[in-house]
Ligand binder design. Sequence first.
Ligand code: SF4
Ligand code: SF4
Length: 264
Amino acid sequence: MILTVTGGKGGTGKTSVALSIAQRMGQATYVDADVEAPNAAILLGAEMTAIGDVTKKIPRINEEKCIKCGLCAQACPVAALVHIPGKIPLFFEENCVGCMLCKDACPVGAIEEVEEQIGTIRQGHTGEITIYDGVALPGVEETAPIVSKLLEIALNKAKGDVIIDTAAGIHCNVVRAILPADRVAIVTEPTPYGVHDLEKIVKLVERLKKPAEIYANKWGISQHYEQRITEIAEKHGYALKKIPYSPDFARAYAQGRFAPLVIQ
Ligand code: SF4
Ligand code: SF4
């Protein structure tokens, strides 16, 4: 079974909920797909080892061969190359999607294709849980290939049930991590932002046609927003699991320690 744990809002305790579920499962594979800020290994104190690099193709202009015609910049669909007449085109790597249309357009073969590292896939263990995560290199904006490679490796090697812990939000990295799921656990909290973002992530999960349940963390801090979460769960036919607010847990988290949550 693949369970993806997600949440529209950051700071709801999504990773702690995911780790608490994983610990109940016994032998499990835990995939931390929040590649811009993976923290499950830190919370569990697991030693992680790099098992693969993630690269992307980028063009490199050979300045000796370039005749400064600008055809590569014209061919680029995302303005990653900018041509100033009489000069070698400027390259804005953060925009580049690696399509290599520029290379095809170059009349003198002045563009080479090079592989540049954008991230690393890691593996580690703690107890019966095997952890995989992806780590984007600083400054890398296009992180979707890291999530894709992480899921490919982890799901191929997985033993037992799988928990995928997504980034917060409803962007494409979250969608990628929900797509392989048999079930989705949506984590929220009884606050205005928690309820607002819950409605957005519920819409996304419904659009992806995945069965789901809601885990409401910090239960007991606002009757009003707990009522709203209950109504959303009832409206969509989702089971509602409540996790009482615990100052002990918040203290442990602030100290970088994992304390399993009590899920009711
Ligand atoms: S590889 Fe594609 S996106 Fe990148 S510079 Fe060339 S044409 Fe533009
Ligand atoms: S198409 Fe080739 S020759 Fe023309 S500017 Fe680009 S790299 Fe230089």
